[in-house]
Design a protein around this ligand. Sequence first.
Ligand SMILES: C[S@@+](CC[C@H](N)C(=O)[O-])C[C@H]1O[C@@H](n2cnc3c(N)ncnc32)[C@H](O)[C@@H]1O
Length: 482
Amino acid sequence: MPTRGSTLETGVLYCEDNLSRLAHMPAESVDLIYLDPPFFSNRTYEVIWGDEAEVRSFEDRWEGGLQVYLGWMRDRVQEMHRVLKPTGSLYLHCDPHASHYLKQMLDAVFGPEHFRNEVVWKRTPFSGSSKARAQQLPRSHDLILFYTKGKTWTWHPPTLPYSQQYLARFKWKDSRGYYRKTLLKTYSQETLERLEREDRLIQPVRPGAKYSYKQYLNESSGRVQIDDVWTDVNALNPMARERLGYPTQKPEALLERIIEQSSDKGDVVLDPFCGCGTTIAVAQRLGRQWVGIDISPTAVNLVQRRLIKATNGAVRASLVGLPTTADALRTLKPFEFQNWIISKVFGTSAPRKSGDMGIDGYSFMVHDPIQVKQSDKVGRNVVDNFETAMRRAGKTTGYIIAFSFTRNAREEVARARVQDGLDITLVTVQSLLDAKDEFYGPLMPKGAVVTELPLTPPTSGRALPTAEELVASDKGAAAATA
Ligand SMILES: C[S@@+](CC[C@H](N)C(=O)[O-])C[C@H]1O[C@@H](n2cnc3c(N)ncnc32)[C@H](O)[C@@H]1O
């Protein structure tokens, strides 16, 4: 049994399996949990940063089938239940593939009496292959299962302004303003007399029918309570400004609603499958404390960048659990490794392999090409190919990053410098790990200074990139790859 912490540290992004992290968290320390786990939908999501189709996918398949998936989820949900405060709430986001099984599992862990809602979120547009759509109704909704730990919970009913359709019902007007006619279902003699005195009573349309009364628009709140079918929150469209390219990214508006209705300012929000950090970004904006967990270094690094940009550099998470040794880096999936390296140098990943074969990313601000190899003894042939890629890209400076290089590779770099005017730097992974001040990692404390590192922009001794520079660098890299 792991030792459990006594206080919960917030503002932290953990890069590890959420089961082990949850097991270390203190009981009853979290106000709200939103989880968007892999869906058991048998889908494979493309991750944009990878370079080989078979390794750049975010898998949503389960060896061993449904029972294994449910057991895997149950272990984690039990820990989530433990860390929730007695007034806390949990929202589990899923789709119709497994929602009914997950609900049974949640009933068993939380108690069926603590089930509050099954929210139907109508995403647009609908998904599924065109073949599937031809033979059945197109699927256009996800489900969000809402449970509370106890019998009382934090709750701020969400509302929307009256729709035009609803407003159209206030079609009568007198000196007091627009009103609608509302049927009096039950009433006492006293009520009728009061309404009569107030000039609000409307006589029955025929003998034996019921009375109505004038309900004025200017006396109502102007808002209606939102029910459990959400049609007003659009999924991210491909051009949305908040889109980061992370597969399965959810819209901020969805998290806004959940966080606002089920927590107060200062409360602790936990997302144990945080992906690219939609929950974290919204919790930060709405003044909540937060904790994020994701097993993918790519995701965790992306959340850090998202936070830095969103807060103009004012907020940086503490990152815990990212790989810190060469051996740990060797075990990463290829696309995770590549993303780790590119993120370490504050570079930008090449969106996809294009004609300039062999460019995996671009350096910070100056956008010189970078090639990443998750291997040892990288030889002359790799350097040769990279030279070709650089020429095609019209670049004379570039970097190859790997665990080690052969003497032949170094000789070829020297030759290319003298004879072809190509300036290629071979960077070992170990040198990135050893880098002073952690320039290469977002772990570097705010205000720390970068010194003499191979991939820094020409000026040395400068502070960490600002949010504007990160944005400008991303835009520049996009232009470089266009
Ligand atoms: C559906 S995505 C979450 C997307 C997120 N809601 C967003 O808006 O970006 C699921 C995430 O769970 C992560 N994940 C899968 N298994 C995990 C585990 N055992 N522990 C922590 N995270 C895990 C994946 O890396 C992935 O980022």
